[in-house]
Design a protein around this ligand. Structure first.
Ligand code: SF4
Ligand code: SF4
Length: 482
């Protein structure tokens, strides 16, 4: 049975000051936004609201469907971590709903006091900026809502309206601008990437004696790997990249990375901007066509998978050149190889670790499940059980509904939000503590960065966070089949 996280004492306004930095004018303008709050911002925001709602059919329904039943109120980790009632999902939605009603419904215009309609005042705009950047778009509330209202849709819509009137969030705007200009979130140029991969190949040869390659822009490849750029250099990510390389090597797959598409992440999803999402998505399809591959495989990233699996065809298709008719996730590739007994594995190599698994919300909950047996909730667990003899499930993690966010998805991995991130991670941290394990495996770059950052705040060591493919890579017996 899934244990409930204790509901906190209400603390109105407790999270009002946990506000992330706003984007600078140059970054905003580079993305085609005004750069600073426009003079007639109220009129512009009202008009943008109408357009954004018209473009999002689901949101239009969600505006009217709420029964105020309260089922979502204790489902958000930011409410549980801060006690601020505006972080209850229904209250977050109402920040948008009440304003929309005031300007775009007859009752809201005629009798606003009767229907709870509110004006978009400067104070309301402050609340929008604060609380719509305190939603990690994890969709936990949506799966508990009897009518399926998705608060993440409100957050994305509100962020898009704010961008259009000149208020962007620094972190997401900056990352999207870099990825659009240079191909990855870190602003890493092609030669630096090539050097990094060559260095990793040398390390692997020295460590294992096997010539495991990490090819870049290889036109003879069948499979393009797109992965979060964090995988190229940072712990705990890079050992995951080494794990993918070992899997592909042992399976004899001809694969490559791409300079042009050296980023799987698509932060435009967090801004709610379909135009910018499409621009980043196109880089992946352009690279795949240019390299002549027949498979696109996403590395360990949650929202990249969601964009790739759910939206890539619509954003940048057709994907008719893909031999399987769709993109794949690296954990599916590994799972399929394990089930075909195509990998030589020694799970005892991980016997010094007792491992549990943290789901990426975007993989477990927000993505279509695809045609993989068991779906995205079960596949990583099947892989982990195959490579670890000591796998333990966390309480509060036994269904795709119940699993908790890391506390920093949805564009909230910003340094200036560290207090919110730490508080929002509380349900996950307590479940990890109760599991009494040595390691928390994760399969998303944002989750891994966030968990490693907040672990010390809860008395754990950041090295206890580990990539799923680090565990896979350690269990692979190189040389046994290659
Ligand atoms: S989507 Fe997640 S972060 Fe956003 S309100 Fe719902 S539970 Fe909270
Ligand atoms: S669970 Fe759904 S219907 Fe109930 S209050 Fe929350 S959003 Fe409204």
């Amino acid at each position: 049975m899934t244990a409930r996280f204790p509901v906190p004492k209400l603390a109105p306004g407790a999270a009002a000051k946990l506000v992330s930095r706003r984007a600078g004018p140059e970054t905003q303008r580079a993305l085609g936004f005004p750069g600073e709050l426009v003079a007639d911002w109220e009129t512009a925001a009202i008009s943008a609201m109408r357009e954004v709602v018209a473009e999002r059919g689901g949101l239009r329904l969600f505006l009217d469907a709420c029964m105020k039943c309260g089922a979502c109120t204790d489902k958000c980790h930011y409410f549980l971590g801060t006690g601020d009632p505006k972080n209850m999902p229904v209250a977050r939605q109402d920040l948008f709903r009440d304003v929309y009603r005031r300007y775009h419904t007859l009752s809201g215009r005629l009798v606003p006091w009767l229907v709870g309609a509110k004006k978009l005042t400067p104070d309301m705009l402050e609340d929008w900026y604060a609380y719509f950047h305190q939603c990690s778009q994890c969709r936990r509330c949506a799966v508990y809502c009897p009518v399926g209202i998705d608060t993440a849709e409100f957050a994305m819509a509100a962020r898009e309206v704010m961008d259009r009137i000149g208020i962007g969030q620094h972190y997401t705007n900056d990352v999207v601008e870099k990825a659009a200009r240079l191909g990855n979130n870190l602003g890493m140029p092609g030669p630096a990437l090539a050097d990094t991969l060559a260095g990793l190949e040398e390390d692997l040869l020295e460590e294992t004696g096997a010539a495991v390659r990490l090819p870049l822009d290889d036109r003879g490849a069948d499979l393009l790997l797109v992965t979060p750029s964090a995988d190229f250099f940072a712990e705990p990510h890079v050992d995951g990249l080494i794990g993918y390389a070992k899997v592909f090597h042992q399976a004899g797959l001809r694969w490559t990375l791409s300079t042009h598409a050296s980023e799987a992440a698509n932060f435009a999803l967090f801004m709610g901007s379909r135009e910018h999402m499409a621009a980043l998505a196109r880089r992946i399809v352009e690279a795949a066509r240019e390299l002549g591959v027949s498979r696109i495989v996403f590395g360990e990233c949650g929202h990249a998978w969601r964009v790739g699996h759910n939206h890539l065809e619509a954003l940048a298709g057709p994907l008719d050149f893909l031999s399987r008719g769709r993109v794949e996730h690296v954990v599916e590739v590994t799972d399929e190889l394990i089930r075909r007994a195509a990998l030589a594995l020694d799970p005892a190599a991980n016997d010094h670790r007792r491992v549990t698994y943290h789901d990426s919300c975007n993989i477990a909950r927000a993505s279509r499940l695809g045609d993989v047996p068991g779906g995205q909730f079960l596949v990583p667990r099947r892989v982990l059980r195959a490579v670890c003899n000591h796998y333990v499930e966390m309480a509060r993690n036994t269904t795709r509904e119940a699993t908790f966010c890391c506390g920093a998805g949805g564009g909230l991995l910003a340094d200036d939000l560290i207090e919110l991130r730490t508080r929002g991670a509380a349900p996950r941290m307590e479940a990890f503590r109760a599991a009494e394990v040595t390691h928390l495996a994760a399969m998303c770059a944002i989750c891994k960065s966030q968990l490693a950052r907040v672990f010390p705040e809860y008395g754990f060591d950041r090295d206890q966070v580990i990539s799923v493919h680090h565990l896979v890579g350690d269990a692979i017996v190189l040389g046994a089949r290659s």
